[in-house]
Design a protein around this ligand. Structure first.
Ligand code: MN
Length: 420
């Protein structure tokens, strides 16, 4: 492989989508139904056209045609051999020195769309969605606010990846406005709860991964085999109504504070694209139980930012700078734990990290932590201040891996807050 690999499609040096990435998504062209594509530079390559052209007919595809579907679910269900074969075919076809597609004017005209001319859809039909709580720094900060630093972490926290079952039906793709929810809240000095718009509306900077083939009911996925089940990753914003959450969360955890909307980025970056950015998982103390232990368990070096733009600001302002590597629990541990009692995962299920905060103040992944529950408002460059998100604010999360002369990026997940 020449170093770095180059495509005949021009890709800007700071693009998130060079030939090293090739993330999968579902797009709707100007005319015609939604179908599966891959991002390359500022283009989308239509895989349904290449499939009709006979490019994906090898045994890994089990005789199935999957790229005219309006979701990635069937492709996800085919498993790692089909994902890898697709990546190999595409890296070959898109390479600068491969002529098949490069010099076929007719096929090129059919197969490429400018990203600005297509509408991105949710990448999968998400049957189930789980949100973990895997950042030590986030959990420690929130626990300190609620219980003080001595009791910040619950006794189970370093023994298992804590999580809850979220709501799949309200997951939306980037660009979708989010309406401030109404709900029950109880002001600290009030005798009874009140009903109305949330007054402490927040974002949570997270990442999430999609499940591939899945496992039968009653058959846990051993941690060593977890990687075969992980199709790829996206950025996520777990919008949160903190005042609703504070009143409702005991004893069963988040419910209406989270279930009104969750936003994800549209391009799913595969684990093969992330491979050069894999790192050893930091040491865990106490040592986890055997079902959560794997040889060479890993994390990834993914730089993450949240940017806030208010209605009167000309430019977005970065309010969080963090990294995926700050997570305590690995995605393999999350997956092994999720299934250890026999729970079956299915193609297109989404498992999220929880808010990703780092050790420093500027690496806190939500307003709750950044403003310490509103006690220290953020001051923005134009003089405005924020304890929480306000109507008209746009919150965008972006993330990328820095390679040698290229970036493997995730694009962004963005949403604007509408009044209740
Ligand atoms: Mn969350």
């Amino acid at each position: 492989m020449p170093d770095p690999l180059r495509s005949f499609i021009e890709v800007a040096p700071d693009s998130h989508f060079p030939i090293q990435n090739l993330p999968f998504g579902v797009f709707k062209p100007a005319s015609g139904a939604a179908r599966v594509g891959v991002a390359i530079g500022d283009q989308v390559l239509d895989l349904s056209v290449l499939e009709q052209n006979g490019q994906f007919a090898s045994s890994e595809f089990k005789g199935q045609r999957v790229f005219s579907d309006q979701s990635l679910n069937r492709f996800m269900s085919l498993g790692q051999p089909a994902w890898r074969q697709t990546r190999a075919v595409l890296q070959h076809l898109l390479a600068a020195n491969t002529s098949n597609l490069r010099d076929n004017t007719h096929l090129r005209a059919q197969a490429f769309h400018a990203q600005r001319d297509v509408v991105m859809q949710l990448p999968a039909r998400i049957g189930d969605y789980t949100d973990f709580y895997s950042s030590y720094h986030h959990s420690h900060n929130v626990g300190t606010m609620l219980r003080g630093p001595e009791n910040a972490l619950m006794p189970n926290w370093k023994w298992l990846p804590v999580g809850y079952h979220g709501r799949a039906s309200s997951i939306v793709v980037t660009g979708t406005d989010v309406r401030r929810p109404r709900g029950q809240t109880k002001p600290p000095d009030a005798a009874a709860p009140v009903f109305g718009p949330s007054r402490s509306f927040d974002y949570e900077l997270e990442m999430a991964f999609f499940i591939g083939p899945g496992n039968p009911l009653g058959e846990p996925v051993p941690i060593e085999r977890a990687p075969e089940q992980i199709f790829g990753m996206v950025l996520m914003n777990d919008w949160s109504a903190r005042d609703v959450q504070a009143w409702e969360y005991q004893p069963l955890g988040p419910f209406l504070a989270k279930n009104f909307c969750t936003s994800i980025s549209p391009w799913v970056v595969t684990m093969d694209a992330l491979e050069p950015f894999r790192l050893a998982l930091p040491p865990q103390e106490p040592e986890p139980l055997p079902y959560l232990r794997a040889q060479n368990d890993s994390t990834y070096n993914i730089q993450l930012e949240a940017r806030l733009q208010t209605a009167t600001m000309p430019e977005p302002h970065v309010i969080t700078r963090t990294n995926f590597r700050h997570l305590y629990w690995s995605i393999a541990q999350q997956l092994a734990h999720h299934t250890v009692g026999g729970c079956n995962l299915q193609p297109g299920d989404l498992l999220a990290s929880g808010t990703i905060s780092g050790p420093t103040e500027d690496s806190r992944g939500c307003m709750l932590e950044l403003t310490w529950r509103g006690a220290n408002p953020l001051t923005l460059p134009n003089g405005e201040s924020r304890k929480w998100l306000e109507d008209g604010d746009t919150l965008a999360i972006t993330g990328w891996c820095e390679g040698d002369g290229y970036r493997v990026g995730f694009g962004e997940v963005s949403g604007r807050v509408l009044p209740a």
